[in-house]
Design a protein around this ligand. Sequence first.
Ligand SMILES: O=C(O)COP(=O)(O)O
Length: 226
Amino acid sequence: MVDLDGTLVDTLGDFEAALAAMLTAIGRHPLSRAQIERLVGKGSEHLIRSVLALTAPAGAQQDPAAQEALTEQAWRYYQAEYLRINGQCSTAYSGAEAGLKALRAQGLRLACLTNKPIAFARPLLAAKGLEGYFDHVFGGDSFARKKPDPLPLIETCRALRSAPAQTLMVGDSSNDAAAARAAGCPVVLVTYGYNHGEPIRAVDADGFVDRLDALALRAATATPTQ
Ligand SMILES: O=C(O)COP(=O)(O)O
């Protein structure tokens, strides 16, 4: 199973554009890509709440009800804008499509498992010509809990009809690795993704690859995994 943001597609440009529109609409300044990179990977609700906390006017005290109302409003702006620009400011990583194609050619069943809402994930994969490689696509709202909880990985293994120990998670972050460890799945991390702005090689994983097509080459000589 393969993560989406930071693993298959570099989506920072989409996040930057959608967040800038949302922040401007509520009278705040846009964030830089470096700031956004640290916040991506834990789903949209976490992103919106973190962005609102980071851009809150200094010394401002808000009561919880007003804060919830602002979060709701921000989410509505963000969702509409993200759906509008989804895929326009993002690029599939070099080697991503070739890697998926080669893994499929080896007879492996593939799932995309992202914390992105499913309503964002499907159109993005379609826009980048990647949707057809997957037997299943699951988003952050497809199950009751998101990565780093093991539940989405366990459910994805079930959908793939593959035991967790035989099912490889490919991701770009400590979030993906923690979920894989908790689910009992082996995990390989790509070295070019976001990892919440932290160095990727410090993360506990079973391997690292610089390109997805390099992973496919390695899989061709190893035990079958999904
Ligand atoms: O947080 C997101 O929206 C995307 O997260 P992902 O790295 O699981 O694709």
